[in-house]
Design a protein around this ligand. Sequence first.
Ligand SMILES: Cc1cc2nc3c(=O)[nH]c(=O)nc-3n(C[C@H](O)[C@H](O)[C@H](O)COP(=O)(O)OP(=O)(O)OC[C@H]3O[C@@H](n4cnc5c(N)ncnc54)[C@H](O)[C@@H]3O)c2cc1C
Ligand SMILES: NC(=O)c1ccc[n+]([C@@H]2O[C@H](COP(=O)([O-])OP(=O)(O)OC[C@H]3O[C@@H](n4cnc5c(N)ncnc54)[C@H](O)[C@@H]3O)[C@@H](O)[C@H]2O)c1
Length: 465
Amino acid sequence: MSESETLDYDVVIIGAGPVGENVADRTKAAGLSTAIVESELVGGECSYWACMPSKALLRPVIARADARRVPGVAPGELDVPAVLASRDSFTSHWKDDGQVGWVEGIGVDLFRGQGRIAGERTVTVGERTLRARHAVVVATGSRAALPPLPGLADVRPWTSREATSAQRVPGRLVVVGGGVVAVEMATAYQALGSQVTVLVRGDGGLLGRMEPFAGELVAEALTEAGAEIRTGVSVASVAREGAAVRVGLDTGEVVEADEILFATGRAPRTDDLGLETVGLTPGDWLDVDDTLLVTGTDWLYAVGDVNHRALLTHQGKYQARIAGAAITARVSGGPLNDAHTATADHHAVPQVVFTDPEAASAGLTLAEAESAGHRVRAVDVEFSSVAGAGLYAEGYRGRARMVVDLEEEIVRGVTFVGPGVGELIHSATIAVAGRVPVDRLWHAVPAYPTISEVWLRLLEAYRDK
Ligand SMILES: Cc1cc2nc3c(=O)[nH]c(=O)nc-3n(C[C@H](O)[C@H](O)[C@H](O)COP(=O)(O)OP(=O)(O)OC[C@H]3O[C@@H](n4cnc5c(N)ncnc54)[C@H](O)[C@@H]3O)c2cc1C
Ligand SMILES: NC(=O)c1ccc[n+]([C@@H]2O[C@H](COP(=O)([O-])OP(=O)(O)OC[C@H]3O[C@@H](n4cnc5c(N)ncnc54)[C@H](O)[C@@H]3O)[C@@H](O)[C@H]2O)c1
């Protein structure tokens, strides 16, 4: 292929993160010629600076915490260099040969460089032009959003990228934000040896999108682990003096640290994408319908973080499967049905926060269900009432909530907080996504003595209320 030619494909995908890769897999398997464009590493943020390295840092931390709660086990200390080395191995040392091999193996053409839309159904990569007969799919993900603090760049702040790829554990780490990145990284670094201070603005506490008790239990545990959680404070100034960062708060206090991590949310990677050539605004999240088609177009799709529906790898991959099916159906002129619409994005999204304790949820919180207009009742139980929890950990601490729709008698949402609950959440996802009637849930018998018997306690609490 020469550098300046024009090439025709059925589908052109911009961004080879987990979501773009999954669209490619689907469209190629359906017999559509497919090209994918990647400006950095094939595998995206998730593989190299997000899900995989963060969980590789957290897994030893959680395994040790679990072992400490089992009588008769004498867990050792964390071997920090070994933890970092294992994380490096999970990111393939930030090399993408394996994933490039996979893309090539399924017969999809990979183009390296910045992809830009250049009018309808057209994408440029350097001097090359890729024309799409049927669809262009934007899967460019998101990047860390930093607040507009004067002099911030001079401080060389950490974002999730530095936090997940650091080769050294700072002595003192300030974490700004109270969301998922903040609590996961605070958990990891406090256990790896940093003195962590978490700065949370407002009085919403940690994990504001989950049921309130999730953030409360995680905050309690982080505090017990030695971290300091400060709520209701905002960062007013930052400056680096020598090796130290001085963080000025709106209260007038100054906190000193070796590094500062901003875990303050995400921004869409659409600023240098050529959106203006098709009447869209650079820097905006892309609005889509349930088939992932960008509003007002019949050829442009947006999947994964970039559409802002649910910034989670598994949900983006679900959208990728749906978009692949929708593109294929439209090419063949077939009808669109439930298989071509991402309905779960609205009411059945699962998430696991890999802290100690873990916080896992599926579907709507009580507040979300109420504001969506459902007539609901929430029932709460403590895991101390479950035999399997006691066996799992001495003095197991955790809580579960089930939000039941009183009109339809189905479960709208479930939240579990406690050690090991991440592996339990798919049972809740099935109940919520499958709209299983509460009466039928009594016939889904949890094995004894597992933590999943919490389902019986929840059903009993609902029956007895
Ligand atoms: C620290 C952290 C931990 C996380 N942990 C989890 C977790 O445990 N579980 C979970 O489900 N989610 C997790 N997430 C969220 C998850 O990382 C994202 O939801 C996921 O990466 C989104 O996938 P994506 O393919 O849409 O985007 P990305 O993974 O961001 O991939 C987009 C790709 O597009 C490329 N690209 C961008 N613009 C262009 C362009 N113009 N031309 C060519 N290529 C381009 C980028 O280089 C990148 O490779 C985490 C996020 C963070 C920050
Ligand atoms: N285990 C997982 O599933 C996992 C792990 C990490 C990240 N993620 C996903 O990645 C996305 C990004 O995570 P995140 O934690 O960066 O974002 P988030 O939106 O979850 O949390 C951002 C936090 O920063 C605070 N904040 C925003 N601007 C601020 C400012 N100027 N000053 C102080 N605080 C500010 C917010 O109040 C909030 O507490 C999330 O949607 C999350 O679901 C998932």
